[in-house]
Design a protein around this ligand. Structure first.
Ligand SMILES: Nc1ncnc2c1ncn2[C@@H]1O[C@H](COP(=O)(O)OP(=O)(O)OP(=O)(O)O)[C@@H](O)[C@H]1O
Length: 918
């Protein structure tokens, strides 16, 4: 049987004498959460995953009060030493014992002990960890840099996958080298020499594959993402042959046996495959630099493929290694290197390790060199390191939901599209597949075109599942994937990439950052400005001051832009001024949408100032707006051409996440302008500003804060912190070009100290009458004012209100009858459930969404559904900054729909009611 629970007290390891001699044991007090008696008695890891097998009724009601003793024997005591109260523990194939009338459990010879099973550890992390735990940490801190061995390794792996899918070798090499043109250009490599290098490695693969294929043509499959909910491991096996893992290594190994760390990696995949029903007893390592042809006595064993048998002991060792990582990640400790048996003198990273240890004042086996960072910087590093790791744990909680939630729950949470009808699979060029499925109209989810998702034939972890890209998302869904899956379900696949990049940005800002920059960020020096006489914008004093500050800043400038105050215009004007001074500029923002918006305004400003080919947009095809596609930097092609295109660019536009990519990290700029800066975490902002000498942050901390899962220091933006720390570096834009006077009044008073004004009389006097074919007089009387309130009594339910939804449908009809187009009306609701409810009532072409989706955009008419009921508990929109965004989207008419009695119980909403009813 399997037992699972939470560690309820201290764990002690001791030695006892048994008939087999001296043995270790650890008694763990476990608050049981699940006992699965149905697990196969001899069931190895292949028995049904615990999360799947257990239901509430399987639990003995007596068991969840008092902790139960679970005894871990022998080597599992190594994992017991890692346990701290509060950690989750899973023991598979345990045996039940009665001791002095109490039920206890103990490990058996078939048991696995898994610490924090919901934390998915990557197979590559386990491989790094066995090499050296400190190396694992250093890799995590600084990310993988752009270097030739890494790029070549990637290409060889891609070619391997292509060969398995039946692609011709030469065609594959040409295509794959071409796809990496930009990276190769940055590395100064020529396509011919890279192709030759790859050919040398691929030759060994091809020869070996030919042998395998003669007999077992169809038992191969290329790279597959595997997730184990029992062992908490995740990874992509390079290939699977006859059900056993094959790992490709782009190196030489002349010993008879595979390297130990390579075996560990293959053993991880074996565990993953066993959970998916396999029975794996061998693994194969394919060393592509070995060539069987010139084998002789002196040169050692040159066969590229080395098989080894996978014993039980190795699999259990691997789980113990994995437990070490999970425990460290949960407790937030930093590895020193003493945890493993690595020898520093043979390590290529010894110098880096000593420098990082010295500067961060961390204990390490390699020792420390250099001077430690000042205390406040060390404190900052530790605080943000912890915050980012907390965020990572939240991402892992998302992964766990893949198996903890059932299909319907995931669909209700917008995390999955389920019950799709599989239509067809079609082979594509290069051995990939196009998959098509149909969904019922109206099913919503967080999934968007361009997203990577888990496409499965029923279950993302337990079924056949494959990482796929969404190419089209209408009623018919089109996906591309490496392998054909008969798709009936799509799941959001949470990404850790953002978290990884935050950590690297934090590391770079502190350990590689310029001293003067850090003085300013830590408040040890005041930002300085050059005097600039020029007038950049004649009709708006604050905008002009903002451009002057941005251009003259020696360190940084902060532009605070309330809704509609011309932030984008000001950014574009400032960049033009910088470009005219011969500077190289980075334009960045949190979302692709904001980057493209700002780029559009910038293109207008730069017309005739520089050639269009000196403006480059870096991003993926699905991320970049269609009309900005001509500026998008193509990665594939001739390395020299690709490099020239990037190096020649005087303006580069990319999201902050992309600024953390290997390619962008090689670039440097005179200035970085970051839009939507109030929505970025501090390390997220650093990813962009690390690349430039000076920076300008533009944003509004009275609108949406950073999007983070955990509640910690990441939820305050660098923008907001610096506005407080260096008020003299900031300018607030105060004239808005969007809203009718009456609409803007409340937001101005409530959020901007009454300082926000319409920029021109024409803006102040805007009404629906200005729109062609629209007459206000045709509206019902209660909707003729630019701001109106429609009272709908709450129906008592927390997240939806059908009555409000129905009234909103009527309002939309009334606006349509008065001549408005549906596309000119937007509806905002606080909860996703209410968004779905309203969507079911109104025509498809009316935009209905949560505030987050509306930030940065505007509409002629906005209707806000409050879904308020009873006595409000806290603000419905979570945070008043969200209500600010909602109320400042319309240009000409705003309608608030809600229960006035409920709203009146909150002071801010109370004042809002008064204003709306004036
Ligand atoms: N100085 C100006 N003179 C004339 N028009 C301006 C000026 N500044 C901005 N505008 C106009 O005002 C409108 C809003 O400007 P912009 O899109 O730059 O605002 P924003 O602050 O970026 O908006 P958001 O709050 O949505 O981010 C645009 O149509 C822009 O052309």
């Amino acid at each position: 049987m399997h037992v699972r629970g939470t560690v309820a007290g201290e764990v002690e390891v001791r030695s006892v004498s048994t008939s087999y001699g001296e043995t270790d044991l650890a008694e763990v007090p476990l608050q049981l959460t699940a006992v699965d008696a149905a697990a196969a008695p001899d069931g190895g890891p292949e028995s049904e995953p615990l999360a799947a097998a257990v239901s509430e009724s399987d639990l003995d009601p007596d068991l969840d009060h008092e902790p139960t003793t679970v005894t871990l024997w022998n080597k599992w005591t190594k994992s017991a030493e890692l346990l701290e109260p509060g950690m989750e523990l899973l023991v598979t194939n345990a045996e039940q014992d009665e001791y002095q009338g109490e039920t206890q459990y103990k490990t058996t010879g078939d048991s696995y002990v898994v610490v924090e099973p919901s934390f998915l550890v990557n197979v590559t992390a386990i491989r790094n960890w066995v090499e050296c735990p400190r190396l694992y940490y250093l890799n995590k801190l600084s990310g993988v840099p752009l270097n030739y061995p890494v790029v070549k390794g990637t290409i060889v792996h891609e070619v391997f996958g292509d060969l398995l899918r039946g692609r011709d070798l030469e065609e594959s090499i040409d295509a794959r080298v071409d796809e990496h043109g930009l990276e190769l250009g940055l590395l100064g490599e020529s396509p011919d020499s890279v192709a030759e290098d790859v050919r040398e490695n691929a030759g060994a693969i091809e020869g070996w594959l030919e042998q395998g294929r003669l007999t077992e043509d169809d038992s191969w499959r290329s790279e597959q993402l595997l997730i184990s909910e029992t062992f908490g491991i995740r990874g992509r096996a390079d290939a699977i042959r006859r059900g056993a893992p094959v790992e490709l290594k782009t190196g030489k190994n002349l010993k008879k046996e595979p390297r130990f760390k390579d075996k560990v990696q293959a053993a991880c995949y074996a565990l993953l495959l066993e959970e998916h029903g396999g029975d794996v007893d061998t693994g194969t390592l394919l060393y592509t630099k070995n060539s069987a042809l010139d084998r002789n006595e002196e040169t050692g064993d040159l066969t590229p493929a080395k098989d080894f048998s996978m014993g039980d002991g190795l699999l259990k060792f691997v789980v113990r290694l994995r437990n070490e990582i999970a425990a460290m990640e949960m407790s937030g400790d930093v590895p020193t290197g003493y945890e493993g048996s690595a020898k520093c003198e043979y390590c290529f990273e010894q110098d880096t390790c000593m420098v990082v240890s010295g500067r961060l004042d961390q204990e390490s086996k390699a020792g420390q060199i250099g001077q430690a960072l000042p205390d406040e910087e060390l404190e900052y590093f530790e605080r943000f390191y912890r915050a980012i790791e907390e965020e990572r744990r939240e991402v892992h909680r998302e992964y766990a939901k893949l198996w903890e939630q059932d299909a319907q729950e995931r669909a209700d949470d917008d995390r999955a599209l389920i019950n799709l009808e599989f239509v067809e699979k079609r082979p594509l060029e290069g051995g990939r597949w196009e998959l098509r499925a149909r969904r019922e109209g109206g099913a919503t989810s967080k999934l968007r075109e361009g997203d990577l998702v888990l496409a499965s034939d029923g279950h993302p972890v337990r079924g056949q599942s494959e990482l796929a890209r969404i190419e089209r998302l209408d009623d018919e869904i089109v996906l591309t994937a490496d392998e054909p899956v008969e798709v009936t379900r799509l799941d959001v696949y949470p990404s850790e990439l953002t978290t990884d990049r935050l950590l690297a940005a934090l590391h770079d800002a502190l350990l590689k950052g310029d001293e003067r920059r850090k003085d300013v960020l830590f408040g040890r020096a005041e930002p300085e400005f050059e005097d600039i006489e020029e007038t950049f914008i004649g009709n708006n004093a604050r905008q002009n001051e903002a451009v002057t500050k941005a251009v003259g800043a020696k360190d940084c400038a902060l532009i605070h832009g309330p809704p509609g105050t011309g932030k984008t215009y000001t950014i574009a004007r400032a960049i033009r001024a910088m470009v005219e001074r011969g500077e190289r500029v980075l334009l960045s923002a949190f979302t692709n949408r904001a980057v493209d918006n700002a780029l559009e305004a910038l293109l207008e400003q730069l017309e005739g100032v520089i050639d269009e080919d000196r403006i480059v947009r870096v991003g993926s095809e699905s991320g970049v707006r269609d009309d900005m596609e001509p500026y998008r930097l193509e990665r594939a092609g001739d390395p020299e051409d690709r490099l020239a295109e990037l190096q020649n660019a005087q303006v580069v536009a990319a999201t902050t996440a992309t600024c953390g990519s290997r390619i962008m990290k090689e670039q440097s700029f005179d200035a970085a302008l970051v839009d939507e800066a109030a929505q970025l975490t501090e390390p997220g902002t650093c990813a962009a500003i690390n690349l430039a000498e000076r920076f300008v942050l533009v944003g509004d901390h009275e609108q949406l804060p950073p999007v983070v899962r955990a509640e910690n220091d990441l939820s305050e933006s660098l923008f907001e912190r610096l506005v407080d720390l260096h008020p003299e570096a900031g300018v607030m834009l105060d004239r808005q070009y969007r809203m009718n006077q009456r609409i803007q009044a409340f937001a101005s008073r409530e959020f901007y100290d009454g300082k926000l004004r319409p920029a021109e009389p024409a803006v102040a006097a805007r009404t629906l009458n200005d729109l062609e074919g629209v007459a206000r007089a045709d509206l019902p009387e209660n909707l003729r004012d630019p701001v109106s309130f429609v009272d709908v009594e709450g129906d008592g339910s927390r997240y939806t209100d059908g009555e409000e939804a129905a009234r909103i449908a009527e309002l939309i009809e009334a606006y349509e009858a008065a001549g408005l187009e549906r596309s000119e009306i937007g509806v905002i609701a606080p909860f996703r459930a209410q968004v779905s409810e309203i969507s079911a009532h109104v025509p498809d072409d009316v935009a209905v969404d949560t505030v987050d989706r509306f930030q940065g955009s505007s509409q002629e008419v906005i209707i806000v559904s409050f879904t308020a009921t009873g006595s409000l508990e806290g603000p419905i929109f979570e945070d008043y900054r969200r209500i600010n965004v909602a109320l400042t989207r319309p240009k000409r008419a705003l309608v608030l729909v809600g229960d006035s009695n409920a709203l009146a119980t909150d002071p801010v909403y109370g004042r809002m009611l008064e204003w709306a009813r004036q």
